[in-house]
Design a protein around this ligand. Structure first.
Ligand code: ADP
Length: 261
């Protein structure tokens, strides 16, 4: 009888432990589904909100061009066409960011390194970010290179650079300098993007790389809070690290360290 009792007890214990395990698993998948749902609704809010203003700009500009364009000077017509062009560019970037974050969340982004020349990559990223809106800005590039070509995922590094550089431009004054430093060592590549802009309040620094997080002092500057989460994901896929040092009102320095395969 005692043996039977003992056996029953251990069966009950085993079943209880099993139940607890499946409960925990269920809770985990429920919270993952909840997170995904939250993310989806934030995407919907973001896109409907962020697309309304540029669409109004495009519509307004085309209407004006249609009705008054013939009487305008060539210069004024071009300004309006440039505005439409820039707004479409902005919307395309926004859509690409949403797509990239969605792919990252679904684990669909892969790491495909190839042999690249880091200096070429950095120079072309700087050139690309200094388009119309920022054509009068300057970005100083200095480097300390020990290898000509290195194995990196070119698409991911371009994403990192374009987000860090456009943030540095966006969050600093038109006449302030931006410095980029690039260094390769035998096993790693390090780069820094430094600006002297509005800086980041200490309380916001820990959450900056989370999707949609924006610092308090950035409320009046256009943005979605997606760029740094794209940076973080691209750095993680390389098995690297990204850190930020910043002081509100004095500027920010983002440092990226990627191992070289
Ligand atoms: P956003 O589209 O808002 O710029 P990001 O994900 O790129 O989104 O950045 C998240 C937040 O981090 C920004 O909203 C801003 O508050 C802060 N931030 C990022 N880079 C800088 C910078 N160089 N200077 C000051 N604040 C920055």
């Amino acid at each position: 009888m005692a043996a039977l009792n003992h056996e029953l007890e251990s069966i009950v214990e085993e079943r209880t432990a099993e139940l607890q395990r499946s409960n925990a698993e269920l809770l985990r998948s429920l919270s993952a589904a909840q997170e995904l749902n939250d993310l989806k609704s934030r995407f919907i809010t973001l896109t409907s909100h962020e697309f309304r203003t540029p669409l109004t700009t495009i519509l307004g500009s085309t209407e004006l061009l249609k009705h008054y364009g013939e009487n305008w000077t060539q210069d004024k017509r071009e300004r309006y066409l440039d505005r439409i062009h820039d707004t479409v560019d902005h919307m395309t970037r926004l859509l690409n960011d949403v797509l990239t974050v969605g792919q990252a969340e679904a684990g669909q982004l892969t790491f495909s390194p190839s042999l690249v020349n880091p200096l070429d990559l950095f120079e072309s990223a700087i050139e690309q970010v200094l388009t119309k809106t920022y054509r009068d800005r300057r970005i100083q590039l200095s480097h300390d290179l020990h290898a000509r070509d290195v194995y990196l995922d070119q698409t991911l590094v371009s994403q990192i650079l374009s987000n860090l550089l456009s943030n540095a431009l966006k969050y600093s004054a038109a006449d302030s300098a931006i410095e980029v430093y690039l260094k390769t060592e035998e096993n790693q590549i390090l780069f820094r993007v430094r600006d002297h802009g509005i800086g980041i309040p200490e309380a916001d620094q820990a959450d900056l790389f989370t999707s949609f997080h924006r610092a308090k002092n950035a409320a009046n500057i256009q943005g979605t809070g997606l760029g740094l989460s794209i940076v973080k994901n691209a750095v993680n896929l390389h098995g690297g690290q990204v850190t930020v040092e910043s002081q509100e009102g004095s500027g920010s320095t983002f440092t990226v360290l990627l191992p070289l395969t």
